[in-house]
Design a protein around this ligand. Structure first.
Ligand code: NAD
Length: 470
Protein backbone atom coordinates (compact mmCIF):
# COMPACT_ATOMS: atom_id res chain seq x y z
CA UNK A 1 0.00 0.00 0.00
CA UNK A 2 1.47 3.37 -0.94
CA UNK A 3 1.36 6.52 1.16
CA UNK A 4 1.91 8.82 -1.80
CA UNK A 5 -1.85 8.86 -2.36
CA UNK A 6 -3.77 11.93 -1.22
CA UNK A 7 -6.06 12.31 1.78
CA UNK A 8 -9.26 12.02 -0.30
CA UNK A 9 -8.00 8.86 -2.00
CA UNK A 10 -7.23 7.44 1.46
CA UNK A 11 -10.77 8.10 2.63
CA UNK A 12 -12.06 6.45 -0.57
CA UNK A 13 -9.74 3.50 0.04
CA UNK A 14 -11.20 3.03 3.53
CA UNK A 15 -14.68 3.35 2.04
CA UNK A 16 -13.94 0.67 -0.60
CA UNK A 17 -12.63 -1.70 2.07
CA UNK A 18 -15.93 -1.41 3.96
CA UNK A 19 -18.16 -1.30 0.87
CA UNK A 20 -16.78 -4.67 -0.24
CA UNK A 21 -18.27 -6.14 2.94
CA UNK A 22 -21.79 -4.85 2.11
CA UNK A 23 -24.29 -6.09 -0.48
CA UNK A 24 -25.35 -2.73 -1.89
CA UNK A 25 -25.69 -2.03 -5.61
CA UNK A 26 -22.26 -0.92 -6.93
CA UNK A 27 -23.83 2.19 -8.54
CA UNK A 28 -25.34 3.16 -5.21
CA UNK A 29 -21.95 2.71 -3.55
CA UNK A 30 -20.40 4.92 -6.24
CA UNK A 31 -23.02 7.64 -5.57
CA UNK A 32 -22.38 7.46 -1.81
CA UNK A 33 -18.60 7.69 -2.31
CA UNK A 34 -18.28 10.58 -4.78
CA UNK A 35 -17.96 14.21 -3.71
CA UNK A 36 -21.03 15.92 -5.24
CA UNK A 37 -19.94 19.56 -5.51
CA UNK A 38 -16.80 21.61 -4.97
CA UNK A 39 -16.67 25.39 -5.15
CA UNK A 40 -13.12 26.71 -5.64
CA UNK A 41 -12.83 30.44 -5.24
CA UNK A 42 -10.29 33.25 -5.25
CA UNK A 43 -11.08 36.73 -3.96
CA UNK A 44 -9.17 39.89 -3.16
CA UNK A 45 -8.93 41.43 0.31
CA UNK A 46 -7.44 44.71 1.34
CA UNK A 47 -4.68 44.45 3.91
CA UNK A 48 -4.21 47.01 6.69
CA UNK A 49 -1.36 48.67 4.77
CA UNK A 50 -3.67 49.24 1.78
CA UNK A 51 -2.18 46.49 -0.39
CA UNK A 52 -4.39 43.87 -2.03
CA UNK A 53 -3.95 40.14 -1.58
CA UNK A 54 -5.67 37.30 -3.43
CA UNK A 55 -7.03 34.61 -1.09
CA UNK A 56 -7.71 31.03 -2.22
CA UNK A 57 -10.54 29.12 -0.59
CA UNK A 58 -12.88 26.11 -1.07
CA UNK A 59 -16.18 24.65 0.01
CA UNK A 60 -16.96 21.02 -0.77
CA UNK A 61 -20.40 19.44 -0.35
CA UNK A 62 -19.84 15.71 -0.41
CA UNK A 63 -23.41 14.42 -0.13
CA UNK A 64 -26.89 15.91 -0.17
CA UNK A 65 -28.67 12.66 0.72
CA UNK A 66 -29.76 14.70 3.73
CA UNK A 67 -29.82 18.49 3.87
CA UNK A 68 -28.47 20.82 4.99
CA UNK A 69 -24.90 19.71 4.48
CA UNK A 70 -22.62 20.40 7.43
CA UNK A 71 -18.93 20.77 8.08
CA UNK A 72 -16.28 23.04 9.56
CA UNK A 73 -14.12 25.70 7.95
CA UNK A 74 -10.39 25.26 8.23
CA UNK A 75 -7.92 28.17 8.16
CA UNK A 76 -4.43 26.91 7.36
CA UNK A 77 -1.58 27.06 4.88
CA UNK A 78 -1.97 23.38 3.97
CA UNK A 79 -5.63 23.72 2.95
CA UNK A 80 -6.19 22.21 -0.50
CA UNK A 81 -9.03 20.95 -2.67
CA UNK A 82 -8.02 17.37 -1.89
CA UNK A 83 -8.08 17.99 1.86
CA UNK A 84 -11.45 19.76 1.76
CA UNK A 85 -13.00 16.92 -0.27
CA UNK A 86 -11.60 14.29 2.09
CA UNK A 87 -12.88 16.10 5.16
CA UNK A 88 -16.30 16.66 3.53
CA UNK A 89 -16.55 12.92 2.83
CA UNK A 90 -15.63 12.12 6.45
CA UNK A 91 -18.40 14.50 7.55
CA UNK A 92 -21.01 12.56 5.56
CA UNK A 93 -20.04 9.29 7.25
CA UNK A 94 -19.64 10.97 10.64
CA UNK A 95 -23.16 12.43 10.57
CA UNK A 96 -24.61 9.05 9.57
CA UNK A 97 -22.72 7.26 12.36
CA UNK A 98 -24.09 9.52 15.10
CA UNK A 99 -27.56 9.82 13.51
CA UNK A 100 -27.30 13.54 12.82
CA UNK A 101 -29.56 14.26 9.82
CA UNK A 102 -27.07 16.19 7.68
CA UNK A 103 -24.99 15.53 4.57
CA UNK A 104 -21.23 16.17 4.73
CA UNK A 105 -19.40 19.35 3.72
CA UNK A 106 -16.13 21.13 4.53
CA UNK A 107 -14.59 24.52 3.86
CA UNK A 108 -11.05 25.77 3.80
CA UNK A 109 -9.25 29.10 3.49
CA UNK A 110 -5.58 28.83 2.57
CA UNK A 111 -3.96 31.34 4.94
CA UNK A 112 -1.53 31.37 7.83
CA UNK A 113 -3.89 33.06 10.25
CA UNK A 114 -1.04 34.25 12.47
CA UNK A 115 0.13 36.45 9.58
CA UNK A 116 -3.07 38.54 9.59
CA UNK A 117 -4.47 41.17 11.94
CA UNK A 118 -7.92 40.66 13.48
CA UNK A 119 -9.42 43.18 11.06
CA UNK A 120 -7.84 41.40 8.08
CA UNK A 121 -9.19 38.04 9.33
CA UNK A 122 -12.61 39.61 9.63
CA UNK A 123 -12.45 40.90 6.04
CA UNK A 124 -11.36 37.46 4.80
CA UNK A 125 -14.13 35.70 6.71
CA UNK A 126 -16.85 38.10 5.61
CA UNK A 127 -15.75 37.98 1.97
CA UNK A 128 -15.59 34.16 2.09
CA UNK A 129 -19.17 34.13 3.44
CA UNK A 130 -20.29 36.48 0.66
CA UNK A 131 -18.76 34.16 -1.95
CA UNK A 132 -20.54 31.14 -0.41
CA UNK A 133 -23.82 33.09 -0.38
CA UNK A 134 -23.48 34.15 -4.01
CA UNK A 135 -23.15 30.54 -5.17
CA UNK A 136 -25.77 29.06 -2.82
CA UNK A 137 -23.19 27.30 -0.65
CA UNK A 138 -24.51 28.58 2.69
CA UNK A 139 -27.92 28.77 4.37
CA UNK A 140 -29.87 27.11 7.22
CA UNK A 141 -31.47 24.65 4.78
CA UNK A 142 -28.55 24.32 2.37
CA UNK A 143 -25.10 24.17 3.93
CA UNK A 144 -24.17 25.10 7.51
CA UNK A 145 -20.47 25.69 8.35
CA UNK A 146 -18.88 25.35 11.80
CA UNK A 147 -15.42 25.89 13.33
CA UNK A 148 -12.49 23.64 12.50
CA UNK A 149 -8.70 23.85 12.74
CA UNK A 150 -7.72 27.54 12.90
CA UNK A 151 -11.22 28.98 13.26
CA UNK A 152 -13.48 29.49 16.27
CA UNK A 153 -16.58 31.21 17.69
CA UNK A 154 -15.47 34.69 16.61
CA UNK A 155 -15.21 33.69 12.94
CA UNK A 156 -18.62 31.97 13.20
CA UNK A 157 -20.13 35.20 14.60
CA UNK A 158 -18.74 37.13 11.58
CA UNK A 159 -20.24 34.53 9.24
CA UNK A 160 -23.67 34.75 10.91
CA UNK A 161 -23.59 38.54 10.84
CA UNK A 162 -22.63 38.65 7.14
CA UNK A 163 -25.32 36.11 6.23
CA UNK A 164 -27.94 38.09 8.19
CA UNK A 165 -27.00 41.24 6.31
CA UNK A 166 -27.38 39.39 2.98
CA UNK A 167 -30.64 37.62 3.91
CA UNK A 168 -32.45 40.04 6.25
CA UNK A 169 -35.86 38.40 5.73
CA UNK A 170 -34.69 34.92 6.63
CA UNK A 171 -36.21 34.34 10.07
CA UNK A 172 -33.88 31.35 10.59
CA UNK A 173 -30.73 33.13 9.48
CA UNK A 174 -28.83 32.41 12.73
CA UNK A 175 -29.01 28.71 11.83
CA UNK A 176 -26.73 29.37 8.81
CA UNK A 177 -23.65 28.53 10.91
CA UNK A 178 -22.91 26.76 14.22
CA UNK A 179 -20.20 27.12 16.83
CA UNK A 180 -21.25 30.75 17.42
CA UNK A 181 -20.66 32.48 20.76
CA UNK A 182 -23.57 31.84 23.15
CA UNK A 183 -24.60 35.51 23.02
CA UNK A 184 -24.84 35.32 19.21
CA UNK A 185 -27.16 32.31 19.01
CA UNK A 186 -24.66 29.64 20.04
CA UNK A 187 -25.47 26.81 22.40
CA UNK A 188 -23.83 26.16 25.76
CA UNK A 189 -21.36 23.25 25.60
CA UNK A 190 -20.48 23.56 21.86
CA UNK A 191 -16.93 24.82 22.46
CA UNK A 192 -15.95 21.78 24.53
CA UNK A 193 -18.23 19.29 22.70
CA UNK A 194 -15.69 17.61 20.41
CA UNK A 195 -13.14 17.01 23.18
CA UNK A 196 -15.86 15.94 25.61
CA UNK A 197 -17.17 13.51 22.97
CA UNK A 198 -13.63 12.15 22.46
CA UNK A 199 -13.42 11.44 26.20
CA UNK A 200 -16.87 9.78 26.26
CA UNK A 201 -15.96 7.62 23.27
CA UNK A 202 -12.65 6.46 24.76
CA UNK A 203 -14.40 5.80 28.07
CA UNK A 204 -16.96 3.57 26.27
CA UNK A 205 -14.24 1.65 24.42
CA UNK A 206 -12.32 1.13 27.67
CA UNK A 207 -15.43 0.01 29.53
CA UNK A 208 -15.77 -3.26 27.58
CA UNK A 209 -13.69 -5.77 29.55
CA UNK A 210 -13.54 -8.37 26.76
CA UNK A 211 -12.12 -5.77 24.32
CA UNK A 212 -9.55 -4.52 26.84
CA UNK A 213 -8.23 -7.99 27.65
CA UNK A 214 -6.45 -8.61 24.30
CA UNK A 215 -4.87 -5.14 24.67
CA UNK A 216 -3.50 -6.15 28.06
CA UNK A 217 -5.54 -3.40 29.73
CA UNK A 218 -7.98 -3.48 32.62
CA UNK A 219 -11.42 -1.97 32.00
CA UNK A 220 -12.06 1.67 32.94
CA UNK A 221 -10.17 4.93 32.52
CA UNK A 222 -8.78 5.22 36.04
CA UNK A 223 -4.97 5.18 36.03
CA UNK A 224 -4.65 4.86 32.22
CA UNK A 225 -1.62 6.77 30.90
CA UNK A 226 -2.59 9.21 28.13
CA UNK A 227 -0.55 11.18 25.58
CA UNK A 228 -2.30 13.98 23.68
CA UNK A 229 -1.01 15.63 20.49
CA UNK A 230 -2.36 19.17 19.92
CA UNK A 231 -3.46 21.41 22.76
CA UNK A 232 -6.13 23.22 20.75
CA UNK A 233 -9.88 22.96 21.05
CA UNK A 234 -10.16 19.18 20.64
CA UNK A 235 -6.93 18.16 22.40
CA UNK A 236 -7.36 20.44 25.40
CA UNK A 237 -10.92 19.37 26.22
CA UNK A 238 -10.23 15.68 25.49
CA UNK A 239 -7.27 15.81 27.90
CA UNK A 240 -9.32 17.69 30.50
CA UNK A 241 -12.25 15.24 30.55
CA UNK A 242 -10.02 12.16 30.36
CA UNK A 243 -8.05 13.45 33.36
CA UNK A 244 -11.29 14.23 35.22
CA UNK A 245 -12.33 10.61 34.63
CA UNK A 246 -9.14 9.40 36.33
CA UNK A 247 -6.68 9.03 33.44
CA UNK A 248 -3.12 10.34 33.89
CA UNK A 249 -1.79 12.77 31.31
CA UNK A 250 1.83 11.66 30.77
CA UNK A 251 2.66 13.54 27.55
CA UNK A 252 1.52 16.59 25.58
CA UNK A 253 2.78 17.48 22.10
CA UNK A 254 2.40 20.88 20.53
CA UNK A 255 3.94 22.07 17.38
CA UNK A 256 6.98 23.75 19.01
CA UNK A 257 7.88 20.55 20.94
CA UNK A 258 6.52 18.14 23.52
CA UNK A 259 6.75 17.46 27.25
CA UNK A 260 6.49 14.22 29.21
CA UNK A 261 6.17 13.23 32.84
CA UNK A 262 5.28 9.63 33.75
CA UNK A 263 3.89 10.89 37.10
CA UNK A 264 1.36 13.10 35.32
CA UNK A 265 1.06 16.66 33.99
CA UNK A 266 -1.31 19.29 35.37
CA UNK A 267 -3.15 20.35 32.20
CA UNK A 268 -4.19 23.85 33.25
CA UNK A 269 -0.72 24.57 34.67
CA UNK A 270 0.74 23.53 31.27
CA UNK A 271 -1.68 25.85 29.45
CA UNK A 272 -0.77 28.75 31.79
CA UNK A 273 2.96 28.01 31.29
CA UNK A 274 2.52 28.00 27.49
CA UNK A 275 0.57 31.25 27.56
CA UNK A 276 3.30 32.94 29.59
CA UNK A 277 6.41 31.45 27.87
CA UNK A 278 4.88 31.11 24.37
CA UNK A 279 6.10 27.49 24.44
CA UNK A 280 5.15 24.25 26.09
CA UNK A 281 8.85 23.45 26.65
CA UNK A 282 10.51 24.03 30.03
CA UNK A 283 7.45 23.02 32.08
CA UNK A 284 8.62 22.36 35.67
CA UNK A 285 9.15 18.65 36.44
CA UNK A 286 8.65 17.53 32.82
CA UNK A 287 11.16 16.27 30.24
CA UNK A 288 11.41 18.32 27.04
CA UNK A 289 11.10 16.53 23.69
CA UNK A 290 12.31 18.90 21.01
CA UNK A 291 11.12 16.82 18.04
CA UNK A 292 7.41 16.98 18.83
CA UNK A 293 6.43 13.92 16.76
CA UNK A 294 8.54 11.68 19.05
CA UNK A 295 5.90 12.17 21.76
CA UNK A 296 3.60 9.93 19.74
CA UNK A 297 5.97 7.08 20.57
CA UNK A 298 6.03 7.61 24.35
CA UNK A 299 5.08 4.65 26.58
CA UNK A 300 1.37 5.05 27.35
CA UNK A 301 -1.95 3.20 27.24
CA UNK A 302 -3.95 5.72 25.20
CA UNK A 303 -2.70 8.05 22.47
CA UNK A 304 -4.97 10.88 21.31
CA UNK A 305 -3.70 12.59 18.14
CA UNK A 306 -5.79 15.79 18.11
CA UNK A 307 -3.81 18.11 15.81
CA UNK A 308 -3.95 17.31 12.09
CA UNK A 309 -4.07 14.50 9.55
CA UNK A 310 -1.21 12.14 8.57
CA UNK A 311 0.59 12.17 11.93
CA UNK A 312 0.84 8.38 12.34
CA UNK A 313 2.23 6.92 9.15
CA UNK A 314 3.82 3.70 7.89
CA UNK A 315 7.11 5.12 9.17
CA UNK A 316 6.26 5.65 12.88
CA UNK A 317 3.31 3.23 13.33
CA UNK A 318 5.62 0.30 14.20
CA UNK A 319 7.02 2.35 17.13
CA UNK A 320 3.71 3.46 18.65
CA UNK A 321 3.56 2.03 22.19
CA UNK A 322 -0.05 2.95 23.01
CA UNK A 323 -2.53 0.06 23.11
CA UNK A 324 -5.44 2.29 22.08
CA UNK A 325 -5.30 5.20 19.61
CA UNK A 326 -8.27 7.58 19.90
CA UNK A 327 -8.42 9.70 16.75
CA UNK A 328 -9.35 13.18 18.01
CA UNK A 329 -8.19 14.84 14.77
CA UNK A 330 -9.55 13.99 11.34
CA UNK A 331 -7.37 11.48 9.51
CA UNK A 332 -4.40 11.38 11.95
CA UNK A 333 -3.55 7.79 10.91
CA UNK A 334 -2.83 7.10 7.26
CA UNK A 335 -4.40 4.00 5.71
CA UNK A 336 -1.01 2.25 5.89
CA UNK A 337 -0.56 3.20 9.56
CA UNK A 338 -4.05 1.90 10.37
CA UNK A 339 -3.18 -1.47 8.82
CA UNK A 340 0.10 -1.68 10.77
CA UNK A 341 -1.58 -0.75 14.05
CA UNK A 342 -4.31 -3.31 13.46
CA UNK A 343 -1.70 -6.01 12.73
CA UNK A 344 0.10 -5.08 15.95
CA UNK A 345 -3.14 -5.50 17.92
CA UNK A 346 -3.56 -1.79 18.68
CA UNK A 347 -7.18 -0.67 18.92
CA UNK A 348 -7.94 2.41 16.80
CA UNK A 349 -11.14 4.27 17.71
CA UNK A 350 -11.81 6.05 14.40
CA UNK A 351 -12.12 9.81 13.83
CA UNK A 352 -15.47 9.64 12.08
CA UNK A 353 -17.01 8.34 15.28
CA UNK A 354 -14.72 9.71 17.98
CA UNK A 355 -14.70 13.39 17.05
CA UNK A 356 -18.39 13.50 16.11
CA UNK A 357 -19.27 15.29 19.37
CA UNK A 358 -18.73 18.64 17.62
CA UNK A 359 -21.24 18.02 14.86
CA UNK A 360 -23.67 16.45 17.34
CA UNK A 361 -23.78 19.60 19.44
CA UNK A 362 -23.76 21.73 16.28
CA UNK A 363 -26.95 19.89 15.39
CA UNK A 364 -28.39 20.88 18.79
CA UNK A 365 -27.37 24.51 18.12
CA UNK A 366 -29.06 24.43 14.69
CA UNK A 367 -32.24 23.04 16.33
CA UNK A 368 -32.09 25.78 18.99
CA UNK A 369 -31.80 28.44 16.29
CA UNK A 370 -34.76 27.02 14.35
CA UNK A 371 -36.83 26.80 17.53
CA UNK A 372 -35.84 30.33 18.60
CA UNK A 373 -35.73 29.29 22.26
CA UNK A 374 -32.99 28.00 24.56
CA UNK A 375 -33.15 24.35 25.63
CA UNK A 376 -34.80 23.98 29.04
CA UNK A 377 -36.34 27.45 29.06
CA UNK A 378 -39.96 26.23 28.89
CA UNK A 379 -39.67 23.16 31.08
CA UNK A 380 -36.95 23.73 33.69
CA UNK A 381 -38.99 25.38 36.43
CA UNK A 382 -41.92 23.04 35.82
CA UNK A 383 -39.74 19.89 36.01
CA UNK A 384 -38.01 21.25 39.08
CA UNK A 385 -41.39 21.77 40.79
CA UNK A 386 -42.58 18.23 39.98
CA UNK A 387 -39.28 16.69 41.17
CA UNK A 388 -39.28 18.63 44.45
CA UNK A 389 -42.93 17.74 45.19
CA UNK A 390 -42.09 14.05 44.66
CA UNK A 391 -39.03 14.40 46.86
CA UNK A 392 -41.05 16.05 49.62
CA UNK A 393 -43.57 13.17 49.48
CA UNK A 394 -40.76 10.59 49.73
CA UNK A 395 -39.22 12.49 52.68
CA UNK A 396 -42.56 12.52 54.43
CA UNK A 397 -43.12 8.78 53.83
CA UNK A 398 -39.62 7.70 54.90
CA UNK A 399 -38.99 10.31 57.56
CA UNK A 400 -35.53 10.91 56.01
CA UNK A 401 -34.32 14.41 55.05
CA UNK A 402 -31.87 15.35 52.26
CA UNK A 403 -29.44 18.27 52.66
CA UNK A 404 -30.00 21.40 50.52
CA UNK A 405 -27.00 20.39 48.37
CA UNK A 406 -28.48 16.93 47.79
CA UNK A 407 -31.85 18.47 46.95
CA UNK A 408 -30.24 20.68 44.29
CA UNK A 409 -29.68 17.55 42.18
CA UNK A 410 -33.47 17.43 41.71
CA UNK A 411 -33.64 20.87 40.03
CA UNK A 412 -34.76 20.79 36.39
CA UNK A 413 -31.94 20.60 33.79
CA UNK A 414 -30.53 23.77 32.21
CA UNK A 415 -29.28 24.08 28.63
CA UNK A 416 -25.74 22.86 29.39
CA UNK A 417 -27.00 19.78 31.25
CA UNK A 418 -29.37 18.92 28.38
CA UNK A 419 -26.68 19.40 25.72
CA UNK A 420 -24.14 17.29 27.61
CA UNK A 421 -26.68 14.57 28.24
CA UNK A 422 -27.67 14.50 24.54
CA UNK A 423 -23.99 14.33 23.61
CA UNK A 424 -23.25 11.50 26.04
CA UNK A 425 -26.29 9.53 24.87
CA UNK A 426 -25.14 9.92 21.24
CA UNK A 427 -21.53 8.90 21.88
CA UNK A 428 -22.50 5.89 24.02
CA UNK A 429 -25.15 4.54 21.63
CA UNK A 430 -23.07 5.13 18.51
CA UNK A 431 -20.06 3.33 19.97
CA UNK A 432 -22.09 0.23 20.69
CA UNK A 433 -23.74 0.40 17.25
CA UNK A 434 -20.29 0.34 15.61
CA UNK A 435 -19.04 -2.40 17.93
CA UNK A 436 -22.08 -4.56 17.20
CA UNK A 437 -21.66 -3.98 13.45
CA UNK A 438 -18.07 -5.17 13.85
CA UNK A 439 -19.09 -8.29 15.76
CA UNK A 440 -21.71 -9.36 13.21
CA UNK A 441 -19.54 -8.67 10.12
CA UNK A 442 -17.71 -11.77 8.82
CA UNK A 443 -14.01 -11.58 9.68
CA UNK A 444 -14.70 -9.03 12.46
CA UNK A 445 -13.04 -6.04 10.74
CA UNK A 446 -11.43 -3.12 12.58
CA UNK A 447 -13.64 -0.42 14.13
CA UNK A 448 -13.01 2.02 11.26
CA UNK A 449 -14.31 -0.45 8.70
CA UNK A 450 -17.27 -1.24 10.97
CA UNK A 451 -18.01 2.49 11.31
CA UNK A 452 -17.94 2.87 7.50
CA UNK A 453 -20.28 -0.13 7.09
CA UNK A 454 -22.70 1.36 9.62
CA UNK A 455 -22.62 4.73 7.79
CA UNK A 456 -22.97 3.22 4.32
CA UNK A 457 -25.96 1.11 5.43
CA UNK A 458 -27.75 4.17 6.82
CA UNK A 459 -27.08 6.32 3.73
CA UNK A 460 -28.18 3.44 1.47
CA UNK A 461 -31.43 3.22 3.45
CA UNK A 462 -32.05 6.94 2.84
CA UNK A 463 -31.58 6.52 -0.92
CA UNK A 464 -33.80 3.41 -0.79
CA UNK A 465 -36.55 5.30 1.00
CA UNK A 466 -36.42 8.00 -1.68
CA UNK A 467 -37.00 5.29 -4.27
CA UNK A 468 -33.50 5.74 -5.69
CA UNK A 469 -31.54 2.47 -5.88
CA UNK A 470 -34.35 0.55 -4.10
P1 NAD B 1 -7.14 23.98 16.89
O1 NAD B 1 -6.62 24.92 15.89
O2 NAD B 1 -7.99 24.50 18.00
O3 NAD B 1 -5.95 23.14 17.59
C1 NAD B 1 -4.99 22.38 16.93
C2 NAD B 1 -3.71 22.40 17.76
O4 NAD B 1 -2.78 21.49 17.20
C3 NAD B 1 -3.05 23.77 17.79
O5 NAD B 1 -2.78 24.13 19.14
C4 NAD B 1 -1.75 23.55 16.99
O6 NAD B 1 -0.68 24.37 17.43
C5 NAD B 1 -1.49 22.10 17.24
N1 NAD B 1 -0.63 21.47 16.22
C6 NAD B 1 -0.58 21.72 14.89
N2 NAD B 1 0.32 20.93 14.28
C7 NAD B 1 0.87 20.16 15.26
C8 NAD B 1 1.85 19.13 15.28
N3 NAD B 1 2.46 18.75 14.16
N4 NAD B 1 2.18 18.57 16.47
C9 NAD B 1 1.56 18.95 17.63
N5 NAD B 1 0.59 19.91 17.66
C10 NAD B 1 0.25 20.51 16.51
O7 NAD B 1 -7.90 22.85 16.05
P2 NAD B 1 -9.03 21.87 16.55
O8 NAD B 1 -10.34 22.50 16.29
O9 NAD B 1 -8.67 21.37 17.90
O10 NAD B 1 -8.88 20.70 15.46
C11 NAD B 1 -7.90 19.68 15.61
C12 NAD B 1 -8.32 18.49 14.75
O11 NAD B 1 -9.62 18.04 15.18
C13 NAD B 1 -8.45 18.77 13.25
O12 NAD B 1 -8.11 17.59 12.55
C14 NAD B 1 -9.94 19.05 13.08
O13 NAD B 1 -10.38 18.78 11.76
C15 NAD B 1 -10.51 18.03 14.06
N6 NAD B 1 -11.88 18.34 14.51
C16 NAD B 1 -12.18 19.52 15.12
C17 NAD B 1 -13.49 19.75 15.56
C18 NAD B 1 -13.88 20.99 16.32
O14 NAD B 1 -15.04 21.06 16.79
N7 NAD B 1 -13.01 21.95 16.49
C19 NAD B 1 -14.48 18.79 15.33
C20 NAD B 1 -14.12 17.58 14.71
C21 NAD B 1 -12.82 17.38 14.31
Amino acid sequence: MSETIGFYAQVCQNFDKAAALTRHDPHLLEQIKVCNSVYRMAFPIEKDDGSIEVIHAWRAEHSQHKTPTKGGIRYGLLVSEDEVMALAALMTYKCAIVNVPFGGAKGGVRIDRAAYSDRELERITRRYTYELFRKGFIGPAVDVPAPDYGSGPREMAWIADTYQALAPNDLNSLACVTGKPVGQGGVRGRKEATGRGVAYGIREACAVAEDMKPLGLTPGLAGKRVVVQGLGNVGYFAAKYLAEAGAILVGIAEYEGAIANPDGLDLDAVVAHRRERKSILGFPGATDIRRSAEALELPCDILVPAALENQITGENAPRIQARLVGEGANGPCTAEASTILEQRGVMVVPDMYLNAGGVTVSYFEWLKNLEHVAFGRMARRFESGVNHKLLAAVEQLTGKRLSEAEKAAFDGPDELALVNSGLEETMVNSYHEIRETRLRTPGKPDLRTAAFISAVDKIATTYGEMGIFP
